[in-house]
Design a protein around this ligand. Structure first.
Ligand code: MG
Length: 259
């Protein structure tokens, strides 16, 4: 039995922890508890709730308005993992600088990243986006088409990335990606980067961006990118979408070719 005096001695320690990690606790509350509770009450998955809101409030054919509407839902109503406006500006700037004609996105989720990438494509550019969850893909399809992008600009491929990547050349006609955006499971970043290399899908000089390399983080991926000798690696520091106090970042890899 712990004496009251000892238990009391821990109070300042607990209060310090609560203050220090209050933003992470708020994220846990909004991204997990609140979502779970609303799903129990409404029976509608969080991605579909976000989709219904965007379909009802965004201007069709206006990608920026679609993104802003999605941000509004995520920041004011219910947290969903998306790139968000802060990291979105980094992605958009790099995309416009590179002006790639063939872009690959791993992890479509609700289609936020796809709309962000598609609106920055040069004329004739094409985005291939891969999503393993059919329910998320159905939501993404609606938002991508709402933003005004047809199948010629954005091709949505449903399946696990480790199965889709080896088929990209033969089944989807993607010979080399000049720009890759990774925003799926963080533990899959390294595996899928190596799959892209193994299937010769990265153009020399290609840019590979990886979201969330600081939070929740992808240490093995970063370690490989920095030490394998095939990439120049830089991390753009920013904050987690809708949580300015939680540091996050986007890794930018420049492929130098096989070594
Ligand atoms: Mg992300």
């Amino acid at each position: 039995m712990v004496s009251p005096a000892i238990a009391l001695a821990f109070v300042p320690f607990l209060v310090t922890l609560l203050i220090r990690y209050r933003h992470y606790l708020l994220l846990l509350y909004r991204a997990v508890l609140l979502r779970w509770l609303r799903q129990r009450l409404s029976g509608v998955p969080p991605e579909q709730r976000a989709c219904q809101y965007v379909l009802a409030h965004a201007v069709p054919g206006d990608p920026r308005h679609v993104l802003r509407t999605f941000d509004r839902w995520c920041c004011r109503r219910e947290h969903l993992s998306s790139v968000g406006p802060c990291k979105g500006r980094i992605v958009e700037r790099l995309l416009r600088e590179r002006a790639p004609r063939a872009v690959l996105e791993l992890g479509t989720y609700c289609g936020y990243g796809s709309v962000l990438l598609a609106q920055g494509l040069p004329p004739g550019g094409r985005l291939y986006t891969v999503e393993m969850d059919p329910g998320h893909a159905a939501v993404a399809e609606k938002l991508i088409r709402l933003a005004g992008f047809d199948e010629n600009t954005v091709e949505l491929i449903v399946g696990p990335s480790e199965e889709v990547i080896p088929r990209l050349k033969e089944q989807h006609g993607l010979l080399k990606a000049e720009f890759v955006f990774m925003d799926h499971w963080k533990r899959c970043y390294l595996r899928d980067l190596r799959l892209l290399e193994a299937h010769d899908l990265l153009a020399e000089g290609a840019t590979v961006l990886a979201d969330n390399v600081i939070f929740p983080g992808a240490p093995r991926f970063l370690q490989y990118a920095k030490t394998c000798g095939k990439y120049r690696c830089k991390v753009h520091r920013a904050s987690l979408e809708c949580f300015r106090a939680i540091p996050d970042g986007v890794a930018e890899l420049t492929y130098a070719g096989p070594r």
